[in-house]
Design a binder for this molecule. Structure first.
Ligand code: GTP
Ligand code: MG
Length: 192
């Protein structure tokens, strides 16, 4: 059993907890499968998922063993229109901005991209932005169960060509690909 629990939702930077434990951020378009991946990794339902995009609107912190998983609001969709979209971006930007003397320890980023759509501009833009944090990043290619075998090969190849980080394919319902993600998390959180 993996110990995992929801800790808090942060609406702004002042709500981010300062625990000193390493944090792994999950970033990706709305509906890409961030919350589903958290539940799949810890093998219980601690994050709310939804078929409608825009479900996670706050930064949600989950304590997993000795680190945090942080579910950031998805980009590319906002129920509240442009103002809400900007709010989400500000929250994510604030999350990655470490104040001097902060006890927060950002250990790595899981950037989720829907494997059905490997070539969307918002994902490329987000990746460029995330790279500026200089944190370790892995791309998680989600929903591979929705692809044919031929599509799997060609779409994963497209991601390999476009991004120069590790590409980790996953399927939440088919329970595929979690070992590689755990391996990345372990290596990032083991750093002093
Ligand atoms: P927001 O909170 O809106 O940003 O979305 P999210 O990225 O947290 O997505 P969420 O985990 O809520 O999943 C969105 C939808 O995709 C849900 O209907 C999930 O069941 C579905 N889903 C997530 N991962 C997979 C997957 O690997 N395969 C399939 N077939 N469906 C998935
Ligand atoms: Mg979510």
């Amino acid at each position: 059993m993996i110990s995992a629990s929801f800790v808090l939702s942060a609406a702004s930077a002042s709500d981010f907890p300062a625990t000193g434990l390493p944090e792994i951020a999950l970033v990706g378009r709305s509906n890409v499968g961030k919350s589903s991946l958290i539940n799949a990794l810890v093998q219980k339902t601690i994050a709310r998922t939804s078929a409608a995009p825009g479900k996670t609107r706050l930064a949600n912190f989950y304590l997993v063993e000795n680190f945090y998983l942080v579910d950031l609001p998805g980009y590319g969709y906002a129920r509240g229109g442009e103002d809400a979209a900007r709010e989400f971006e500000l929250l994510s930007a604030a999350y990655f901005r470490l104040e001097a003397g902060s006890r927060r320890r950002l250990a790595g980023i899981l950037h989720l991209i829907d494997a059905r759509h490997p070539d969307l501009q918002p994902d490329a833009d987000a990746h460029d932005w995330l790279q500026r944090t200089a944190l370790p990043i892995a791309i998680v290619a989600t929903k591979i169960d929705k692809l044919t075998r031929a599509e799997r090969t060609s779409h994963l190849q497209a991601l390999e060509n476009d991004y120069d980080t590790a590409i980790l394919p996953v399927s939440a319902p088919a329970h595929q690909g979690f070992d590689a993600i755990w391996k990345a998390i372990r290596s990032w959180t083991a750093r002093p």
